[in-house]
Design a protein around this ligand. Structure first.
Ligand code: AMP
Length: 301
């Protein structure tokens, strides 16, 4: 395994693998502080691709001025050990100036899909995401890129970016990995005290409650959102920021949920000072239900 810091070196290594060795390349973009959620993407990349490249880059462009860019957890040594266990071929860990050289001035905006929910709560966030991914995609030119359903809106933004800018990349989306309590794994969980960590389990319980209410036949998006919100608000340590009930493919809002459309219930909440997001996907009854939950084995949770 080689750690690459320079964009040009990454590009030339990837070019050689593609052209001379005809290898398929899988890219797993991350911000590091790796956990089992990230590693599930790496495992699938290893299964599908000849060469696996994991990028580790805390992207300043996707953080707002009052957000946690400076204190975001960074642990390249720990990440390297974990990735070596998964037989990753390359870690691309560029410093900020490599991704955004002096006078950097080109940004990518995915209109529409970037606007609701995370987009309105974090102005500029998806512009930062789409921009860094464009740089990473152009540097590595992977055949496959791997993303987690944990960031459901990001997945839609990325798929649209790939389609609209004609990147020759297949986007692979993998399910959210959760603790036994249901709490989605996140690098930001490291900010939580023990008490807050326990309280944060309410997010998934609330989303599951939303699913129950939906399965019982509720089709008012407002009432569904209220059921989820009420459950989060019952936890004194949690403060809900938004609950969105939207079309899982287009992010469109609806008053009444159509029977034939997949629905995404997504939320953001603060537990103490830590902002967490989570979501659940509800497939219409006629399609294959996605109600399965992926959790860590008990011993590792
Ligand atoms: P991040 O380091 O937070 O930018 O995440 C890098 C990738 O890992 C993104 O595609 C995330 O959606 C994915 N990811 C983060 N947490 C999880 C999780 N709990 N389960 C599955 N994928 C995840």
């Amino acid at each position: 395994m080689e750690i690459i810091n320079r964009r040009q070196r990454m590009a030339s290594v990837a070019r050689k693998l593609r052209r001379e060795e005809e290898k398929t390349i899988g890219l797993v973009p991350t911000m590091g502080a790796l956990h089992e959620g990230h590693l599930s993407l790496v495992r699938e990349a290893r299964r599908m691709c000849d060469v696996v490249i994991v990028s580790v880059f805390v992207n300043p462009a996707q953080f707002g001025p009052s957000e946690d860019f400076n204190r975001y957890p960074r642990d390249l040594t720990g990440d390297t050990t974990k990735l070596a266990d998964y037989n990753v071929d390359y870690i691309f860990a560029p410093p900020v100036e490599e991704v955004y050289p002096k006078n950097y001035s080109t940004y990518v905006t995915v209109e529409g899909l970037s606007e609701p929910m995370e987009g309105s709560a974090r102005p500029g966030h998806f512009r930062g995401v789409a921009t860094v991914l464009t740089v990473l995609f152009n540097t590595v030119r992977p055949d496959f890129a791997f993303f987690g359903q944990k960031d459901a809106q990001q997945v839609l933004v990325v798929k649209r970016l790939v389609r609209d800018l004609a990147f020759d990349i297949e986007v692979v989306v993998l399910p959210t990995i959760r603790e036994q309590t249901g709490l989605a794994l996140s690098s930001r969980n490291a900010y939580l005290s023990e008490e807050q960590h326990k309280a944060a389990g309410v997010l998934y319980r609330a989303l599951s409650q939303g699913r129950e209410v939906y399965l019982e036949g509720e089709r008012s998006a407002r009432r569904l959102a209220e059921a989820v919100r009420a459950q989060v608000e019952a936890e004194p340590l949690a403060r809900i920021e938004y609950v969105g009930v939207v079309d899982a493919e287009t992010m469109e809002k609806f008053d009444r949920i159509p029977e034939d459309r997949p629905v995404l219930i997504a939320l953001a909440a603060h537990v103490g000072n830590t902002r967490l997001i989570d979501n659940i996907l509800l497939q219409p009854a006629r399609q294959k239900a996605h109600t399965g939950r992926l959790t860590l084995p008990a011993a590792e949770s």
